[in-house]
Design a protein around this ligand. Structure first.
Ligand SMILES: [Zn+2]
Length: 287
């Protein structure tokens, strides 16, 4: 008879994740009550330093266990590169005794939770962006499969009765907020999502290292398309073509030519709206 989490690899793969099925995972289980009616997902870190060169050093340890704790030690290891290694379809010794957390009751954590070990050190090292993103996708997919709310995603540090600190460098409230965002994005069709991302990219330019709006590199500095259009509007409003930014890349020049070819009664309301959008952006905090 199939173990209770025999669906795990398929559900993760269907969510778009890169999945490695470790040999024998479908029959792997610790002894004890099976997690048939899991109520949540529990997030951990392995406490082992990882890197893009060695993204999942703890897979074998999570399969075998330690001298003081028999394996499997989780249901899946999420690598530093975002690849998910499926370890076990039955009970895993990852959670110990759990106190009540969010919508989830207190009890045997190994029965209550599907356990993900993120492979990173946790004190001196936080998770990589790829790892964090994969954990978001994997957790959302499992909770949806279980028919459980996103609030049912918990960190070991939230359920531990022995003072565990994992997952380190992860704010679990922020993690759950990111699950909500992911869930909303998933309601769009892939075509809608791709279109939205392309439009955003074209309007705002490439993002900076922390996701901040950076604008396109132009001869007059980093500029968003909206900002460049406002330059154009301002120069046209001054009825002084010489005031247009000189030496700008071809994009703004092409836009300028298009606007100049447009009848004034069509261009005016469009330009006014662009100015309004840009002023709103500049006054919006954190924009
Ligand atoms: Zn843990």
């Amino acid at each position: 008879m199939a173990l209770p989490l025999a669906w795990l690899a398929d559900v993760l793969r269907a969510a778009g994740l890169a999945v490695v099925e470790t040999s024998g995972w479908e029959e792997r289980t610790a002894s004890g009550v099976q997690p048939a009616a899991a109520v949540g997902v529990l997030e951990h870190h392995t406490a082992t330093p990882a890197s893009y060169e060695n993204p999942a050093p703890s897979v074998q340890l999570c399969i075998d266990g330690r001298s003081d704790l028999k394996g499997p030690l989780c249901h899946a290891v999420i690598g530093f590169d975002g690849v998910v290694h499926v370890i076990a379809a039955g009970r895993a010794n990852h959670a110990g005794e759990a106190k009540a957390s969010g919508p989830n009751p207190a009890g045997d954590g190994n029965t209550l939770y599907v356990g993900f070990e993120w492979d990173y050190q946790g004190v001196e090292q936080g998770p990589s962006p790829e790892q964090y993103g994969a954990a978001i996708t994997a957790t959302a997919a499992v909770l949806r499969h279980l028919g459980r709310p996103l609030e049912a995603a918990r960190g070991h540090k939230e359920t531990s009765v022995t003072g565990k600190i994992d997952p380190g460098h992860v704010d679990m409230d922020r993690f759950r907020a990111d699950l909500v965002t992911k869930d909303q994005e998933d309601e769009m069709t892939p075509e809608q999502d791709a279109m939205l991302r392309r439009l955003e990219h074209e309007l705002l330019g490439p993002r900076g290292p922390e996701g901040q709006i950076q604008g396109w590199q132009t001869a007059v500095g980093p500029r968003t398309i909206v900002a460049m259009l406002v330059d154009l509007v301002n120069s046209m409003a001054a009825s002084n073509p010489q005031a247009a930014p000189r030496g700008a890349v071809q994009g703004p020049d092409a836009i300028k030519a298009a606007f100049e070819a447009m009848p004034a009664d069509q261009a005016a309301p469009l330009l006014a709206e662009l100015v309004r959008i840009q002023q709103q952006r500049q006054s919006a905090p954190g924009a």
